[in-house]
Ligand binder design. Structure first.
Ligand code: SAM
Length: 253
């Protein structure tokens, strides 16, 4: 057992992985990033917020279309990577902000666009984080949330959360679509569009990025070997442990 609080567990997990998140192909590419850039181009926000910026790929997608971008993350090490990569790309309008989603040091209605990609499933208090997202966003301005989605079937849901937390102890929960709709509704967002896709997780890369100890890799493989046929089919589990996840892009106002 660790005495660290959840935010410290997250910083401990992501700090050493910062450089890998900048170069990760799974994070650096995707039609979801193209859609975020498209929305930024349409709305030309004066101030865009990348919440849970990680390696900064959402910030790099919005920066050419925004006057300024705030890359917000819990991890200072991640933000140092974003600053270095922004400089390398010649993007001068991205500023780092070390803060938790649940306590954003930003004025009410001070952002004209918000995008949050693959971060909510780590948050200690998703309801508080989404309420803060709503608070700092100007009413009517666009918000985009991208995350891994848990399937509605209990066994597949439990399998997903189990392999996620074995791989990364800072994992909180991959929510179902029903849960996402309820959380966004409670925070005051109105969903305007959703797009689902599937993403292949290469087992070796997926575990290396989080420095998953070999005993936990073995436990994931053991769980996969024992999974029922429906679960194995849903995740299209391959011989080397690679598998498919469901991803949702949610557009909201
Ligand atoms: C998988 S990475 C994000 C990837 C990035 N958004 C992208 O699109 O490439 C998840 C990030 O969320 C951050 N994070 C986790 N919980 C957070 C919280 N409560 N507030 C802010 N950032 C958080 C982590 O530090 C980590 O950098």
């Amino acid at each position: 057992m660790t005495n660290l609080d959840q935010n410290s567990v997250i910083r401990q997990q992501f700090g050493p992985a910062a450089a890998d998140y900048v170069t990760s192909a799974v994070h650096a590419t995707g039609s979801d990033l193209a859609r975020i850039a498209e929305i930024a181009a349409e709305f030309a926000p004066a101030h865009a917020l990348d919440l849970g910026a990680g390696g900064g790929h959402v910030s790099y997608a919005m920066a050419p279309h925004a006057r300024r971008v705030t890359a917000c993350d819990l991890s200072e090490a991640m933000l140092a990577g974003v600053v270095a990569e922004s400089t390398r790309r010649g993007l001068t309008n991205i500023a780092p902000l070390a803060a938790a989603a649940g306590a954003l040091p930003l004025e009410d209605a001070s952002c004209d666009m918000l995008a949050c990609r693959f971060s909510v499933h780590h948050w200690r208090d998703p309801a508080a984080g989404l309420a803060q997202a709503r608070r700092v966003l100007r009413p009517g301005a666009p918000a985009v949330f991208v995350d891994v989605i848990a399937p509605p079937e209990p066994a597949a849901d439990t399998h997903l959360q189990a392999v996620e937390v074995l791989r990364d102890p800072s994992h909180g929960r991959d929510f179902t679509m029903r849960e996402w709709h309820a959380m966004l509704d409670a925070a005051g967002f109105a969903v305007t569009a959703t797009r689902s896709s599937r993403l292949r997780m290469d087992f070796a890369e997926w575990t290396a990025r989080m420095r998953t100890p070999s005993v936990q890799c073995a436990a994931i493989r053991a769980l996969q070997a024992l999974a029922g046929a429906e679960v194995a089919r849903h995740f299209a589990i391959e011989a080397d442990g690679s598998f498919m996840i469901d991803v949702i892009l949610i557009e909201a106002r």
